[in-house]
Design a binder for this molecule. Sequence first.
Ligand SMILES: Nc1ncnc2c1ncn2[C@@H]1O[C@H](COP(=O)(O)OP(=O)(O)O)[C@@H](O)[C@H]1O
Ligand SMILES: Nc1ccn([C@H]2C[C@H](O)[C@@H](COP(=O)(O)OP(=O)(O)O)O2)c(=O)n1
Length: 218
Amino acid sequence: MTGLVVAMDGPSGSGKSSASRGVARALGLRYLDTGAMYRAITWWMLQQGVDLTDPGAIAARALDPVLTLGTDPDLAVVAVDGVDAVAPIRTAEVTAAVSAVSAVPEVRHRLVAEQREIIGSGGIVVEGRDIGTVVAPGAAVKIYLTASADARALRRTAELTGTTVAAQRAAMARRDTLDSTRKADPLAKAADAVELDTTALNLEEVIAEILRVIKEKA
Ligand SMILES: Nc1ncnc2c1ncn2[C@@H]1O[C@H](COP(=O)(O)OP(=O)(O)O)[C@@H](O)[C@H]1O
Ligand SMILES: Nc1ccn([C@H]2C[C@H](O)[C@@H](COP(=O)(O)OP(=O)(O)O)O2)c(=O)n1
């Protein structure tokens, strides 16, 4: 499995993080959560008071924060300028703002370069929106996870407090639209990706299916 790159893309709540960590654990691979990198920059910009309605203001600060990302599937490490950001990057405020920040080409350019550096010579499962299309188009295995809008909203609601399935569904639909209609690196399925609908599958079944695809392709 040395050198293997597994690209895992799909919309929010399709199960990318859970499945990626499970596959990485099963095969002794590293794991990279690229969404955490977009969230970390967004968190930092909110703290700095950057006007997130102004793409020029976002672009001007895109290179300033220093990010540190871990690749152990059993230990989340996300730091910005040396400050732990594992919890704060998951707040509703960051979730609502992250699509605007990730639509800015200067942000993507910077993060894609850092993601490729972390991927290095491989041995890693990489999760995001543009991994199979932009970050690692040569990945030996590309998976595109989907699930129905209801299933995705139900899963997210179960993780959070103080929200409803209807509110989650609306928030996710908004983010899906922003993430899939932006000009730079939109959420899109690579032509050579294997699509897996997880609506009716439990996590163990999803991981087993991905391991089967890896065995076949890698
Ligand atoms: N196949 C599945 N069936 C039921 N729940 C799932 C499944 N896959 C993931 N989940 C749960 O759904 C939520 C969202 O999953 P996550 O892996 O964070 O998705 P994503 O990274 O695509 O946003 C988590 O609480 C996770 O435990
Ligand atoms: N490779 C990536 C990963 C995430 N993003 C953006 C788009 C997403 O709305 C945000 C957050 O991604 P994240 O994977 O944390 O989102 P979910 O946990 O699936 O809700 O970042 C991106 O543009 N490109």
